[in-house]
Ligand binder design. Structure first.
Ligand code: SAM
Length: 215
C-alpha cells in the first residue's frame, strides 16, 4: 500500500503571507558560478523565489515550483511587473503531483530545447522520505536532466535551535540521497560538502549537506 504523503500547505501559506525581502541564498551565489552559458533551471521548492529571480536576472530560463499556492501567486505577480520573460512560477506539490506532468506542460515553449538543471535548496528536509524517493524516481525518468544541485539540513542539525520555529523538518542522511541518486537516477556525485559555515542565517549556522550530481 502506498504511504500517505502529507504537505503542510497551511503552514507555508501562513509563513509566506508575512515575508518580505529577496536576497539570494549563499548556495545560489555558489551555483551561479557553476553554469556555463544560458541554462534551463527548475527550482524545486523555490519558496519566495529569491534564488529563481536571481538566476533569471543572470539570463537563465527559470521555472520555480512550490507547493504553496500563496507564494506562487505572489511570485507570479512580482515577475509580471518586471521585464523578465525568462522566468515563470507554478504550483507543484512534490510527492502528490507529478513533477514530470507539471514541468512538461510548462516546459513547452518556455525552456530552450536541451538540458535541464534541477536546483533545490532547503527542500529535501522539508518533505517526507517517500516524497524524496518519488522525486528521485521522477528525475530518473527525465532524460534531459543532466545536473542536480541540492542543499539540505542533514543529521547533525537535529536538536539545534532554529530561527524559524516548528514545521515539518527531517534530518536527511546524505549517503542515502547519493545512493538513491546513483542507483535509481544513474547520476554520479561530483561534489559533496557536509558541515557548517555555508548557510548561516541570523542566529543559526545550520549543519547542511551540499551535493552536486551529474550524468
Ligand atoms: C525551507 S523552504 C525553502 C525555500 C527556498 N528554496 C529557499 O531556499 O529559500 C521549503 C519550501 O518547500 C515547500 N514545500 C514543502 N513541501 C513541499 C512539497 N511537497 N512540494 C512542493 N513544495 C513543498 C514549502 O512551501 C517551502 O516553500
Amino acid at each position: 500500500m502506498t504511504k500517505q504523503i502529507n504537505y503542510d500547505q497551511d503552514y507555508w501559506n501562513r509563513f509566506y503571507a508575512k515575508q518580505i525581502g529577496l536576497s539570494p541564498s549563499q548556495f545560489a551565489a555558489l551555483i551561479a558560478t557553476e553554469f556555463d552559458g544560458r541554462c534551463n533551471i527548475l527550482d524545486v521548492g523555490c519558496g519566495n523565489g529569491r534564488d529563481a529571480d536571481f538566476f533569471a536576472s543572470l539570463g537563465h530560463n527559470v521555472l520555480g515550483l512550490d507547493g504553496s499556492q500563496i507564494v506562487v501567486a505572489a511570485n507570479q505577480l512580482r515577475i509580471n511587473d518586471t521585464p523578465h520573460k525568462n522566468i515563470s512560477y507554478s504550483t507543484c506539490r512534490v510527492g502528490l503531483d507529478t513533477l514530470t506532468d507539471v514541468t512538461s506542460s510548462q516546459v513547452d515553449g518556455f525552456f530552450d530545447d536541451g538540458d535541464l538543471v534541477i536546483y533545490s535548496r532547503f527542500f529535501l528536509h522539508a518533505i517526507p522520505p517517500e516524497a524524496e524517493m518519488k522525486m528521485i524516481e521522477e528525475l530518473a525518468k527525465m532524460a534531459n536532466v543532466k545536473k542536480v544541485y541540492f542543499e539540505y539540513r542533514c543529521g547533525d542539525d537535529e536538536g539545534e535551535p532554529k530561527f524559524f520555529g516548528e514545521h515539518y523538518r527531517r534530518f536527511v542522511r546524505p549517503s542515502q540521497v547519493s545512493k538513491a541518486m546513483q542507483k535509481i537516477g544513474s547520476f554520479s556525485l561530483g561534489y559533496e560538502y557536509i558541515g557548517r559555515g555555508v548557510a548561516k542565517y541570523r542566529s543559526e549556522d545550520a549543519h547542511v549537506c551540499r551535493q552536486f550530481f551529474e550524468r
